[in-house]
Write a protein that binds this ligand. Structure first.
Ligand SMILES: [Fe+2]
Length: 210
């Protein structure tokens, strides 16, 4: 078996919450080898994601949280591949806003390790941006997938419903900034960063309040 690798696909669509809609580009992360893969956040375009997966087996679709822009293509992708959709149960109310008739297949729980496609993804429950937001840390790959919890430049947004700034700060401080400083941070939107590049700015984020 070849070593797992990480591929990035960017898809475009819209984010809708609290009556507002915004155009967004999302990172879809594909982790695996020549034979099987995991998709982290099936955003916007099931056809494009299926094309990127190719003839490899899709083992799982893991949702970092249930904002519509991160999950809108998950049921369609699961339908055509048979992959299991994983979501933290605290985000079921958000999930149902987008997919009222189709529940996720399995619940993500803090501390769980999802072993597939040569990766070992440890689930870190990191509420704040959303109640059921998770990050996925693979020590072997030296990588954490942070969804919308931590970006290059600071925490994810907490100004809308289901979000809470003090909670995201606790999650980032206690669960993410404690990872090795060289850990690559692969985000739900935009550029990657590292734990070491972000950690010195925690007090600035707290002072500015977002
Ligand atoms: Fe989000």
């Amino acid at each position: 078996m070849t070593a797992p690798r990480i591929e990035r696909l960017v898809t475009s669509g819209q984010f809708t919450l609290d009556g507002g809609t915004w155009d967004v580009d999302n990172n879809v992360w594909i982790v695996g080898d020549d034979h099987e893969v995991i998709v982290i956040d099936a955003a916007h375009d099931a056809d494009a994601i299926a094309e990127a997966v190719g003839d490899r087996t899709l083992r799982a679709i893991i949702c970092t949280h249930a904002h519509n822009d991160h999950i809108d293509a998950a049921p369609a992708l699961a339908e055509r591949t048979g992959a299991t959709i994983w979501l933290h149960p605290d985000d079921l109310p958000l999930w149902k806003q987008t997919h009222p008739d189709r529940d996720p297949d399995a619940h993500l729980l803090d501390g769980q390790v999802i072993e597939a496609a040569g990766a070992d993804l440890r689930v870190l429950h990191t509420p704040g941006h959303a109640p059921g937001a998770v990050c996925l840390y693979d020590p072997g790959l030296g990588t954490v997938f942070t969804g919308d919890t931590l970006f290059k430049g600071g925490p994810g947004a907490t100004g809308r419903s289901f979000s809470h700034f003090p909670t995201i700060i606790d999650s980032i401080r206690d669960r993410l900034l404690t990872l090795p400083s060289e850990t690559e941070v692969l985000t739900g939107h935009g550029d990657s960063t590292t734990i070491g590049a972000e950690a010195p700015h925690l007090e600035e984020w707290i002072a500015r309040g977002h």
